[in-house]
Each structure stands twice: as structure tokens, then as C-alpha cells.
Design a protein around this ligand. Sequence first.
Ligand code: F6R
Length: 360
Amino acid sequence: DRGAYPYYMLKEIDEQPAVLHRIQKAYLENTDKPAISTELLTAMKHADRLYIVGAGTSYHAGLVGKQLFEKLTQIPTEVVVASEFAYADPMLSQRPFFIFLTQSGETADSRQVLVRVNNEWHAPSLTITNVENSTLYREATYQLLLNAGPEIAVASTKAYTAQIAVEAVVAKALGEVKEIEFAQKFDVRRELSLAANGIQSIVDEKDKLKKIAHQDLAKTRNAFYIGRGVDYFVALEAALKLKEISYIQAEGFASGELKHGTIALIEDHTPVIALITQAKTAGHTRSNIQEVKSRGAQVLTIVSEALAKKEDRIVIPTISELLMPLMSVVPAQLLAYYASLERGYDVDQPRNLAKSVTVE
Ligand code: F6R
């Protein structure tokens, strides 16, 4: 029931702080040592490489997860697009472990990979899903729930943030078992609380994003999201949100790659939305902003408080850089929502799309 909300998508965006609290309750009640089964952690610890498999938004959550797993567990991690990996001839490592990210647990492309994992590669697997007893839940060796609550809108929002949060919890647990110092110091419980508070402050100021969508996105034919590192991965997700519900031709791009060709597409008033949440690359992305500005781009920045300057239009609270995607995606979700409304579309039921994609 969407209650007083005009669309499920807005309700689901607003629910994200509550979802993070639910994940804390499920996995971190009164402790910073996650409640994850010893069997699962032992199987993962044995792996020489993690393979994260997903489609669409779940793939994007996997991209963010790579850094979490590598920093917290020191196990090399590869992230793959399910529909590509399903028919590839990968050179697998000696002891692979597969992690499936899937909100619905029914995505045919992801399931096809799991079939190969089980029948051909005989490797252990974990499905992280929102739906208990779904196909990928049943067919994997291990399973964890997202606890995001039913996601009804076709455009995925709270499942993305839940996937990142659960990846962080699992990575923390595994890093603790492996006695990785970085993991021991990473207070995932506190970070999730900070993220919940941060998201709350962003959704409390949604009118500001509505105004920006009206000014910058109501009429445009195309738009770019840019960033580096995890900011780039969020740019991919942000662009997908804009594409699927506002039908604006949007591209998520690595800031530094723009000048290698794509900058030719920048015209007067082309919206370019830059994500800046990582200290190491903030300066470089700012230079890339200057490059597109001088070609006429209408620039909008989503920046963490710690890195903010006077001219930044969307400033969000700062948490651990590893988990900034939990927060920086939220303004982008709201921009997509309001852009869709501005352009007069059905936010929850975009054309040509289904909530769960059960064909390959
Ligand atoms: C985008 C979206 C899709 C799904 C993708 C995978 O908003 O919802 O890209 O993320 O179809 O679905 P699941 O996670 O159910 O496997």
C-alpha cells in the first residue's frame, strides 16, 4: 500500500533509512560483529577470488561491492554482468566463490550463471536477495536476505542501497574472520547509522531536488553523470534511473574518459551532473567539470560536505568514503523521479519494462 504517496518509487526512496536500520537489526543487533553463519564465512575465506554476478541496478551495486570486499577482506573480486558471463568462457581462479545480487531472485540472466556454477564449475555460491524462497535463493549454496521490504516500483531504489549495505556487512564479517586490520577498524554498524541519518536529511530536502529537476531536466534531450572510482559506479546507476523513468538519453561516464572522445557531445546547456565524494580524485573531477563547462555544459554537482565548495549545488553528509554511494545515489534517485513527473510519465510503470525479467 503506497498510502499518501503518489507513486511507490517515492515511498521506496523515503524508506531507505528504515531499510538500513532493518539491516542493522537483522545482522548487527547490539554488536559490531555481524551475525553471519560460520559455514558461509568459512567457504568464503577459502576462496581465492570472489565473483559478484548481477544485472542492471544489482550489477551496479556489485561494482560498489568490489571495493568493499577487496579493502575489507583482501580477496580479489571481479564483478560481472550476468547476461554476458552466462555464455562467456571465463578463466576462473582455482577456488572461485560466487555472489549473486538479485532483488527479485528470479532474473533469468543471473540464474543462467548459477546453473553453470552448480552444474559445470561446481563452486560454492551465495545469493543475496529480497525474496525468500525465490529461484536464486533456493539454488545457491548459501543465502542472505536484503530485508528491504517489497519493492514495487519498476525502478529499483531501496534494493540498491540494501545490497550495498549487506555487502558491507558480509565483507566486514569476512574481514574479521581473516583478521584484516582495516576490517577490524571499520565500524559498519556506526557507518550504517550515519548513512541512515544522512539519507534522511537528503529526503527531507527533496523540494530542492524537485526544483533542480524542473530547471535542468524538464526539457533536455540528454544528460551525463560523471565521476571517478565508486563515484563513477554511482554515475552508472544514476544514469540508468534517469533513462528508465524519464526517457532522457543519459550516460554514466568516467570523468577522465570524457576528453577521450565523448566530450564532443557536450553542447550549450547539456546537463552534466558530477559526483564528488572521494578525496583522492576530487581535484581531477573538478578539472573535468571545467572542461565541460567551457563547452557550454550546465553543470550540477553532488558533493560530500568534506569536499564541498561554495559553488556546489547539492551537498550531502560525509561518511566513510567506501559507503558514500549509499548516500550519493539518493539525490540522483530523486532527480530521476522528479524529471519523470515533470515530463508527464508514469513513474512506477515505465514503458517497455517489467519488474522482474524472467527471460534471457
Ligand atoms: C533498474 C532495475 C533493473 C534490475 C535488474 C535486475 O531499476 O530494476 O535493472 O536491477 O533487472 O533485477 P534483480 O535485482 O531482481 O535481479
